[in-house]
Design a protein around this ligand. Structure first.
Ligand code: SF4
Length: 343
């Protein structure tokens, strides 16, 4: 974890929302419903400083990827605002947004699905140069591609090969080269190591850390793996059913998690000093559907600390320390699900 962040935010997300029409079930049709709405992202706000890595953690289906894509307008937000380097991204015209994309990129989870199998590495990585007019000649484009291909640890001699001729880790390196060839400032890393073998994950994480330092990048790093998030992030945002329930520095959130959901995530991570002593908090039930989210605190049907007020009233984020907020009605009681068993 590094603390290279400067004061001014590069990205500001304010009350961002993304809703879309859901599929009607048979029961919906029988009751005469004409449509259903999935509120995938609900009133999310945070800043990311230049040079910072904000880790975004949460279960699969909680809205993390939709949030990342809405920030880049790969999916249009329904409401709220995203400001990048002082510019309101949400107000840009399609042509202005196209130009802005040079500065804001994404690395996808699945390197198999995100690369066109009929294109060579040189063509895949060179496409952003073409789209943004960043090379005057074909030979200049090839030189720029070769430079970034080498930077991500691939052999330039393999630039005319096709994706299927590479391993999973190498394919993710191609995806990273494609994201970085236009020299962006901000990258959404959307579960970039989840589809890879564990032995390869550490190499790709190290590569992303090195590139961040060398190229002065800022990341929103999305993962369901709290160990990965803890290793590389400066700050962490914990997401549950479309909302940020806890936000703060890695040290604050992971050493002193205040939201019961964060505590349940942390309970699955073995303590270095006290291995095997921490009790695993087992949540009952699955993540509820965003089609019919629970009332009040959305975590209440699974929360061991829920009381009546939790079922009716939505908790607002409150400060629980320096640069640390959490949204829970019972913060003042300083309760913890992370009690350890006596040795
Ligand atoms: Fe649990 Fe209530 Fe806090 Fe929600 S508000 S996390 S239900 S204690």
């Amino acid at each position: 974890m590094s603390g290279t962040a400067e004061a001014a935010p590069l990205i500001s997300v304010e009350n961002l929302e993304k809703a879309y029409l859901g599929r009607l079930s048979i029961a919906d049709r029988l009751t005469g419903r004409t449509h259903t709405v999935v509120q995938a992202v609900n009133g999310v706000s945070f800043d990311i400083k230049r040079g910072e890595i904000l880790g975004l953690i949460g279960e699969s289906g909680c809205g993390k990827s939709t949030l990342g894509r809405s920030i880049l307008r790969l999916q249009e937000p329904t409401a709220g605002r995203v400001t990048f380097d002082g510019q309101d991204v949400t107000a840009l015209s399609p042509s202005e947004m196209k130009a802005m994309r040079r500065r804001m990129q994404i690395i996808f989870q699945d390197p198999y699905a995100s690369l066109n199998p009929r294109r060579t590495v040189a063509e895949i990585v060179g496409l952003p140069l073409q789209l943004h007019g960043l090379a005057k000649t074909a030979s200049e484009a090839r030189d720029l591609v070769a430079e970034i291909v080498a930077k991500v640890g691939l052999k330039t001699a393999h630039m005319d090969r096709y994706p299927h001729q590479f391993s999973g880790g190498q394919r993710q390196r191609i995806g990273i080269a494609r994201a970085l060839v236009s020299h962006p400032e901000f990258i959404v890393c959307d579960e970039p190591v989840s589809a890879l073998d564990v032995s390869i994950q550490a190499q790709i994480i190290q590569l992303l850390m090195d590139l961040r330092r060398e190229m002065g990048l800022t990341y929103l790093f999305i993962s369901h793996d709290i160990s990965v998030i803890g290793y590389l992030s400066d700050r962490v945002a914990v997401m549950y059913l479309g909302e940020i329930v806890e936000l703060g520095t890695v040290d604050a959130v992971l050493s002193n998690p205040r939201h019961p959901y964060t505590q349940s995530l942390m309970s699955a991570v073995p303590e270095v000093d006290n291995p095997g002593q921490r009790q695993r908090v087992r949540l009952t039930g699955d993540l509820p559907s965003p089609l019919s989210p629970p009332s009040g605190c959305k975590f209440h049907p699974r929360c061991p600390l829920a009381t009546d007020v939790c079922r009716t009233s939505v908790p607002k984020p409150e400060s629980v320390g320096a640069n640390h907020t959490a949204a829970c009605h019972r913060l003042a009681e300083n309760l913890s699900l992370l009690e350890t068993e006596p040795a």
